[in-house]
Design a protein around this ligand. Structure first.
Ligand code: NAD
Ligand code: LMR
Length: 373
């Protein structure tokens, strides 16, 4: 093939304008990389032009485990793509705009990260985002089921406690559901917990690990301070302060941003930390353990966040809670009560938009559990 034809083909692939197509050595290099299949994983970000999406895309472009990075949004993804494509890192970046390009964005992906959806404003709960974000997540997951049914999905869009069950229902309806591959991202809770606990203990946050279990909203966020590493003890006042601050970390940022959205930069950092762990698991690294909101039998609820071991097929092992102290046992009961409501809410919504054949027989209101059986 003639050099100019090759360049035109690659430019079309990368969705560049005529101006950008001019005799560019970068394009030739991009072609070599794409052709040569540089080792690494193919990752798509859905909602890539947003407050989380942009810094997340930048950090994933810097991740050496990523060979191809697809950036999808309903606005501004060509601009973000052009910008990031100038970074001299290994991943080849391609942009996709609007629903007609969703299929191309997703085809062949190993990992799909979803931060698409509206964020909170002061005075709102995450549940207030449900009506808009449920529909967005449903559409995007239908795309995943169709175009990359074996991809690992990292779901960030709120309310995570409900969007993960929605995604599960979409995948079940499509016949592609594998609970190991659907992970609600709760890493920001762990990142905050590590930071706040390190402040109290006077340690470097990089030395501190705090398991955070339950879900991702208010009292469903349950830090297990009795299991902090390195082993540490806390006064009742410290426990109360830390638990409240970790549970309200999102609201702290929403209020500080005063109407301009919620956590984006710390979330992008947390999302990349989690995505990198998923990719290392996919690569076959041993002993990769992170907290995530997943299908679970740890409690009577069908979904719950705990430590999981990430491997070649996703969340290959879901760990038990471990020993809890009295304060944590009380917190767990509150978390479960609240979580059950979020899951039930999802179930009712899903039934209203996607008719199901199963009959609701639940006596205990955990409707989603019935659907999963
Ligand atoms: N899991 C967590 O810990 C966590 C942390 C922070 C924020 N969030 C949530 O992440 C979501 C995004 O937050 P943000 O600050 O980036 O919001 P944002 O408004 O800045 O960005 C959202 C992006 O999604 C895009 N989008 C909307 N509909 C879409 C669709 N159908 N397909 C593809 N893209 C679409 C928008 O165009 C926008 O670019 C919110 O729901 C927020 O609550 C979750
Ligand atoms: O608080 C929010 O609305 C965003 C996110 O869930 C967070 O924890 O920062």
């Amino acid at each position: 093939m003639e050099a100019n034809q090759r360049i035109a083909r690659i430019a079309a692939h990368l969705q560049l304008s005529n101006l950008q197509m001019e005799e560019s050595s970068a394009l030739r290099i991009a072609e070599c990389r794409a052709k040569g299949g540089s080792p690494g994983f193919k990752v798509a970000i859905l909602g890539a032009a947003g407050g989380i999406g942009q810094p997340l895309a930048m950090l994933m472009k810097m991740n050496p485990l990523v060979s191809v990075l697809h950036l999808y949004d309903v606005v501004n993804s060509p601009g973000v793509t052009a910008d990031l494509s100038h970074m001299d890192t290994g991943a080849v970046v391609r942009g996709f705009l609007g629903q007609q390009q969703l299929e191309s964005a997703l085809t062949g992906m190993d990992l799909v990260i979803i931060p698409a959806g509206v964020p909170r404003k002061p005075g709102m709960t995450r549940d207030d985002l449900f009506n808009i974000n449920a529909g967005i997540v449903k559409t995007l997951c239908e795309g995943v089921a169709k175009s990359c049914p074996n991809a690992i999905v990292n779901l960030i869009s709120n309310p995570v406690n409900s969007t993960v069950p929605i995604a599960a229902e979409v995948f079940k309806k499509a016949g592609t559901y594998d609970p190991k591959r659907l992970l609600g991202v709760t890493t920001l809770d762990v990142v905050r917990a590590n930071t706040f606990v390190a402040e109290v203990l006077g340690l470097d946050p990089r030395e501190v690990i705090v398991p955070v279990v339950g879900g991702h909203a208010g009292v469903t966020i349950l830090p297990l301070l009795s299991q902090v590493k390195p082993p540490s003890s806390f006064t009742p006042e410290e426990t109360e302060y830390l638990t409240n601050r970790i549970q309200n970390g999102g609201t702290e940022v929403v209020e500080a941003k005063a109407g301009a959205g919620s956590a984006t930069l710390s979330m992008a950092y947390a999302a990349v930390k989690f995505a990198d762990a998923c990719l290392r698991g996919l690569r076959g690294d041993a002993g990769i353990v992170e907290c995530a909101f997943v299908a679970s039998q740890v409690t009577e609820l069908p979904f719950f966040a705990t430590k999981v071991r990430l491997g070649r097929t996703g969340a290959e092992e879901v760990f038990q809670l471990g020993p809890l102290n009295e304060y944590e046992r009380v917190g767990l009961e509150k978390a479960k009560k609240e979580l059950a409501g979020s899951i039930q809410k999802e179930s009712s919504h899903f039934r209203s938009v996607v008719p199901h054949q199963e009959t609701i027989t639940s006596e205990n209101n955990y409707l989603i559990k019935e659907i999963m059986i």
